[in-house]
Design a protein around this ligand. Structure first.
Ligand SMILES: Cc1cc2nc3c(=O)[nH]c(=O)nc-3n(C[C@H](O)[C@H](O)[C@H](O)COP(=O)(O)OP(=O)(O)OC[C@H]3O[C@@H](n4cnc5c(N)ncnc54)[C@H](O)[C@@H]3O)c2cc1C
Length: 459
């Protein structure tokens, strides 16, 4: 590769080419069917490494891709790119007085939880604590417990350190650089490599929550109860559900092994008696086969969804929903319920609303405010099974299209779902997209950061 020696000399971390033994591990992704095959990888050990790698890419006209935990590969395969891996950037510092946390770009939510929980503090963590903090937050950051009460994770960012396409290291706040701050938080990887981030945390040490699983055959009465419950919930309560066709594995408790079930999730910040009362109409709509609703320390937030932690070959889709009416429920059951032939492991609907609809005091470009529901479908298996799942995704998308809403959370975009500029404009809306594209022209005029749901520099 041209300039390999000078790149090695410019950075402290490993520089790996496709023939190197460690290359494959460095390009690892959660979705094993979406591999990254960049021309070269830089395992950044510092902000200086990131800046040197970006300057190198700029000199050689190479695009730059970024990976931390690899949970989202929107645009495989990053061929010809310089991939910067950030997982070695491991700073985590907690300022108890200011109630803020500062993290490096390689930190996961589990690491933050380990530091904040003993202090009785909580961050706007998502459903899976093994997800990277910075990627999650740049894409909005939707929490299954604190979102409706406090908004998106992006709404609580105070400060970022970012390397922009010119190789400059910038410290960005909503006061110092309101445009770049706005664009980064919501624009995700389009505007630079965020090397460090500081955000607020909140005095929350516990919650009432977990899941109720019902036989799939009984999903209709439970979903009717769920549909009636959502509009009357306060902002301290968050809920979602998922139709699951689970594998027969020892890691699951007996009633769930190999089972077709409806998993209703609940997280409630008020007291447990109140939480149990909220869950009552669900518990009585049918008999749960498994019930994990309980008083829990905040660190057990991952127990609400029980997301898988190990990578596997996946197909997935997601989109926003304008409604979950009786007609939506009917169509959902038809597409995913008993006798539907739905091959997916998981088809979920999350109820949003509350503080997720409010503009934050430090404005950002998160585009999904006002979206009442979102759906996400994912399946894993052999290539033949993945093909059947891809077909299902087409049928599911068409079937749910009457309720499809335009503005979606970019964190849930799957590979190849945002290939055209029109699609990306659709996620953001024309006005927000026009501002993002104008800022892209300022901060990344040659579209160096394009392995994402790409915002093209304005003409
Ligand atoms: C099991 C599971 C559960 C999830 N649950 C939720 C949830 O509840 N709420 C939610 O909001 N999201 C959720 N997500 C989505 C998740 O937030 C995104 O996939 C997030 O990007 C994952 O972080 P990562 O470190 O794995 O990102 P990576 O896959 O490593 O990066 C994804 C993209 O983020 C950008 N990026 C990452 N780091 C940086 C950086 N330092 N600077 C600039 N750009 C960067 C790049 O564009 C990169 O391509 C979930 C994902 C999974 C797999």
């Amino acid at each position: 590769m041209a300039g390999h020696a000078s790149l090695c000399a410019a950075v402290d971390g490993p520089v790996l080419l496709p023939d190197d033994i460690a290359y494959e591990e460095e390009c690892r992704t959660f979705n094993l069917s979406r591999v990254l095959t960049p021309a070269v990888v830089v395992g950044a050990t510092s902000t200086d490494d990131v800046a040197a790698a970006v300057r190198h890419a700029s000199r050689h006209g190479m695009p730059v891709a970024v990976r931390n935990q690899g949970h989202q590969v929107v645009l495989p395969t990053a061929e010809d790119a310089l991939l910067i891996t950030t997982n070695r950037l491991q700073e985590v510092s907690v300022d108890l007085g200011r109630r803020t946390v500062r993290v490096g770009a390689g930190v996961t939510w589990s690491q933050v939880l380990a530091r904040t929980e003993p202090a009785g503090l909580a961050a706007i963590v998502g459903s899976a604590p093994h997800v990277g903090v910075v990627g999650y937050t740049l894409g909005g950051g939707l929490s299954p417990i604190l979102g409706r009460a406090l908004g998106y994770a992006a709404d609580h960012v105070r400060w970022m350190e970012v390397v922009t396409a010119d190789g400059a290291v910038r410290e960005v706040t909503s006061d110092s650089d309101p445009d770049l701050f706005w664009a980064l938080l919501g624009g995700k990887g389009n505007f630079g490599v965020v090397t460090r981030m500081e955000f607020e945390v909140f005095p929350v040490s516990r919650f009432y929550g977990g899941g109720l699983w019902f036989r799939g055959e009984e999903m209709r009465p439970v979903l009717e109860a769920w549909r009636a419950l959502v509009p009357v919930l306060g902002e301290e309560t968050t809920t979602s559900f998922s139709v699951q066709r689970l594998p027969d594995v020892a890691a699951l408790p007996q009633p769930l092994r190999g089972a077709f079930v409806l998993h209703v999730r609940l997280g409630h910040l008020g007291d447990s008696a109140e939480g149990a009362q909220i869950a009552e109409p669900l518990r009585t709509a049918a008999t749960p086969v498994h019930d994990t609703l309980a008083e829990r320390p905040f660190g057990e937030i991952g127990h609400i969804h029980n997301d898988p932690v190990h990578g596997m070959p996946l197909v997935e889709t997601s989109f926003a929903l304008s409604d979950f009416s009786a007609a939506t429920l009917d169509r959902f059951v038809e597409l995913t319920g008993p006798g539907s032939g739905c091959p997916m492991k998981n088809v979920e609907v999350r109820a949003l609303g509350g503080s997720l609809d409010r503009e934050p005091t430090r404005p950002n470009s998160v585009s999904s405010r006002g979206t009442p529901y979102m759906t996400f479908a994912v399946g894993s298996g052999s290539p033949v099974q993945l093909r059947a799942m891809t077909e299902f995704i087409g049928a599911y998308t068409r079937g749910m299209s009457p309720w499809r809403a335009p503005h979606h959370i970019v964190n849930f975009l799957a590979a190849d779902e945002a290939l055209s500029e029109a699609e990306v404009r659709g996620f953001y809306g024309a006005e927000r997209y026009a501002r993002l594209a104008a800022l892209k022209r300022v901060y990344d005029p040659h579209n160096m950061f394009r392995f994402n749901h790409n915002i093209r520099p304005a003409a």
